[in-house]
Design a protein around this ligand. Structure first.
Ligand SMILES: Nc1ncnc2c1ncn2[C@@H]1O[C@H](COP(=O)(O)OP(=O)(O)OP(=O)(O)O)[C@@H](O)[C@H]1O
Length: 245
């Protein structure tokens, strides 16, 4: 691998659910030390693409190539709706995941501290709030120091300070050299933290590149203007793929 080789390269991704085509010809690279933000309207196909990239389901067409080092865990993943097995504390849960990838279980507390959950270490996972469960999911995604971390809406359901903190955690991971891909609807946080942008609209790439390049190309003074230009302005109805009425 050369320094310029992306850690993850997806080319020409199509994804169909039965007869419904959700992604069409999507290509994206995920680079070391950068935060790539995946944004787009509800139903645009962000989670579908994320699950393709994380290896959780197979795209209908296209290739996904991992160019990173051999490690026990190549990709850490936060699902959009994280859930944990009841009956264990937050700390025990992380220790369990650490044991699966041969990581030092004593690092689990450090992972909890990184997301600000250290005071909930002894709380059963079923007693965590929605936001705390998401934070535990983010900690879980970084267990085993994977070179790629993919976070599906990490800021969703978090209060503004914790949302900012979570994006700062993503930036810190990138500063450590990790390739971070996250999806979000919070354009302000994306603008503050992300290096690169992939805007999906109706299952296709509407814009991509560094935030500065995309902004220069599209001509918007803010990410919101760029976004509205890319996805076609305000919408009051969710675009349902496969339904073109
Ligand atoms: N398992 C599935 N079977 C059939 N259709 C699905 C399935 N999963 C997602 N879809 C459809 O694919 C489309 C894209 O969904 P996806 O969850 O990828 O969008 P998204 O951009 O992540 O949306 P949001 O921002 O609302 O989370 C939607 O129309 C959704 O109904």
């Amino acid at each position: 691998m050369t320094d310029t080789t992306p850690l993850l390269e997806a080319t020409g991704i199509d994804h169909d659910y039965g007869t419904v085509s959700v992604l069409r010809d999507v290509s994206v690279t995920i680079e070391c030390g950068r935060v790539t933000a995946l944004i787009g309207p509800n139903g645009a196909g962000k989670s579908t693409l994320i699950r393709d990239l994380a290896g959780l389901h197979e795209p209908t067409a296209g290739t996904i190539t991992y160019n990173g080092p051999d490690t026990a865990r190549e990709i850490g993943y936060l699902p959009q709706h994280p859930a944990f097995r009841p009956g264990f504390t937050a700390l025990e849960t992380l220790q369990f995941y650490a044991s699966l990838v041969g990581d030092d279980e004593t690092d689990a507390m450090a992972q909890l501290e990184r997301v600000g959950l250290e005071n909930a270490a002894d709380r059963p996972v079923e007693a965590l709030s929605g936001g705390m469960t998401r934070l535990l999911g983010i900690a879980q995604a970084t267990i085993g120091d994977p070179p790629i971390v993919i976070l599906d809406e990490p800021g969703s359901g978090l209060d503004p300070s914790m949302g900012l903190h979570v994006f700062d955690v993503a930036a810190d991971l990138a500063d450590e050299g990790i390739a971070v891909l996250l999806s979000s609807h919070d354009l302000e946080l994306v603008e503050q933290v992300a290096d690169d942008l992939l805007i999906l609209a109706d299952g296709r790439v509407a814009e991509q590149g560094s935030i500065a390049d995309v902004r220069a190309r599209v001509g918007g003074s803010s990410l919101r203007q760029v976004y509205e230009h890319a996805v076609g302005g305000h919408r009051d109805t969710v675009q349902v793929v496969g339904d073109h009425a």
